[in-house]
Design a protein around this ligand. Structure first.
Ligand SMILES: Nc1nc2c(ncn2[C@@H]2O[C@H](COP(=O)(O)OP(=O)(O)OP(=O)(O)O)[C@@H](O)[C@H]2O)c(=O)[nH]1
Ligand SMILES: [Mg+2]
Length: 309
C-alpha cells in the first residue's frame, strides 16, 4: 500500500498480486476500490489471470484503466496487445497513448490528444455505443464532436465502467507513466463521503504487527474512527480502538483519528479477528461520485491496481 498526491488529489494505492492463487484475497480488496488500474504486459499480453481479474472488476463495477507495461522489452507490441485486450478482455477498450521504438530503452509513449484525428474518431465510435447523445452530436457537428465534449463523455463512461482507456508505458524507464497518473485523477472517480456523521468503513485485511498483535487495514468511507473510541470488534463484541496509523505520502503516520477517504491501520482491544470487525458496510449512496469538479479533493484510487506484469 502507498499514498501519493496528484495535484490536489490524494491517492491511496493498494497493490495486489496477479497470481490466481490469491484471487480470494484480491477480491476482498476490490470491494474497497474507487477505481482500478489493471496491468498487463505489452510482451506477454492478456494472461488467464488477467481475464479473471477483469471479470471480477467488472462484476464489482470498479471503473478500470488498463496499463500495458514493459514497452521497453524486446517483443513488445502495441497492436498485438490491443488485439488481445479486444478479444479477451473487453470490446470497450480505447487506446489513449501512441507509442514508438517499442522493444528498447528508447521506447516512448505519449498521450493522444485533439490533433490526432483517428483518436477522435475512435473515441466517438466507442463512446457513442453507450451514449446516444454522442452519436447525435456527431451527426449534428458533421462528424466532428468537440474534443472537450469527447473527453467529458470519456470520463463519465470510464467512471461508470462502460469504457476502459488503455495506456502504454514502461515501469522500468518511466515512459508513459505521467500520462497514466494524470488519467487516474482525470478519469477515475473520487470518493466524497463526509467525515462528519456515522462511521462507515470496511476491513479488507487483518495482519500481525511486529509484536504479534492484530492490526486491521480499514478503508474509511464516511465518518471517522478515533483512538479510545468504542467499536464492534467481532461478533457482537465491543472493543476500543488502541491505535490508528494513516497512509500519507511517503509514510504511515500515527494519528488520533482516521476520516473519510483514509486507509488506516487500526489496532483494537480486544483484537479485531476478522474482516467482519468494525462491521459497517460501504454505503452504496456514498461510494462513488460520478462527477468530479476539477479541483476538489478526491481520495482515491484505493488501489486500483491489479495484476500481472
Ligand atoms: N523490462 C521491464 N521489466 C519490467 C517492467 N516492469 C516490471 N518489470 C519486471 O517484471 C518482473 C515482475 O515485476 P513485478 O513488479 O513483480 O510484477 P507484478 O505484476 O507486481 O507481479 P505479481 O505481484 O507477482 O503479480 C520484475 O522482474 C520486474 O523487474 C518494465 O516496464 N520493463
Ligand atoms: Mg506485484
Amino acid at each position: 500500500m502507498a499514498a501519493f498526491r496528484l495535484g490536489d488529489v490524494h491517492v491511496n494505492l493498494v497493490d495486489t498480486p496477479g497470481h490466481p492463487d490469491f484471487i480470494a484475497e484480491v477480491e476482498r480488496v476490490l470491494h474497497i476500490l474507487d477505481g482500478g488500474v489493471l496491468v498487463v504486459s505489452a510482451v506477454e499480453g492478456v494472461q488467464p489471470q488477467t481475464r479473471i481479474l477483469m471479470r471480477a472488476l467488472r462484476r464489482l463495477a470498479v471503473p478500470t484503466l488498463l496499463f500495458a507495461n514493459k514497452i521497453d522489452r524486446p517483443g513488445a507490441s502495441a497492436e498485438g496487445t490491443l488485439r488481445a485486450i479486444g478479444q479477451r478482455l473487453t470490446d470497450r477498450a480505447v487506446r489513449m497513448t501512441e507509442t514508438s521504438a517499442l522493444g528498447g530503452q528508447n521506447a516512448t509513449a505519449a498521450a493522444l490528444g485533439p490533433v490526432a484525428a483517428p483518436f477522435a474518431r475512435e473515441l466517438t465510435d466507442v463512446l457513442s455505443r453507450s451514449d446516444d447523445r454522442v452519436l447525435e452530436e456527431y451527426v449534428g457537428h458533421n462528424g466532428h464532436v468537440p474534443y472537450g465534449r469527447l473527453r467529458q463523455a470519456l470520463a463519465e463512461q470510464t467512471r461508470r465502467g462502460l469504457v476502459h482507456p488503455v495506456f502504454f508505458g514502461s515501469a522500468r524507464t518511466g515512459a508513459g507513466i505521467s500520462d497514466l497518473m494524470a488519467a487516474m485523477a482525470e478519469l477515475l472517480p473520487l470518493s466524497a463521503g463526509p467525515s462528519a456523521g456515522p462511521f462507515a468503513g470496511t476491513v479488507f485485511k487483518v495482519e500481525r504487527d511486529q509484536r504479534g498483535g492484530k492490526i486491521a487495514d480499514v478503508r474509511v468511507f464516511s465518518g471517522s474512527l478515533r483512538t479510545h473510541g468504542r467499536v464492534r470488534t467481532g461478533d457482537g463484541t465491543e472493543g476500543k480502538i488502541s491505535s490508528i496509523a494513516v497512509f500519507q505520502p511517503g509514510a504511515i503516520k500515527r494519528q488520533a483519528a482516521a476520516g473519510a477517504g483514509n486507509i488506516a491501520k487500526v489496532g483494537t482491544s480486544p483484537p479485531c479477528g476478522s474482516a467482519r470487525c468494525l462491521a459497517s458496510p460501504r454505503p452504496p449512496a456514498l461510494s462513488i461520485t460520478s462527477h468530479r469538479p476539477p479541483s476538489s479533493p478526491w481520495w482515491l484510487r484505493s488501489g486500483r491496481r491489479t495484476s500481472g506484469t
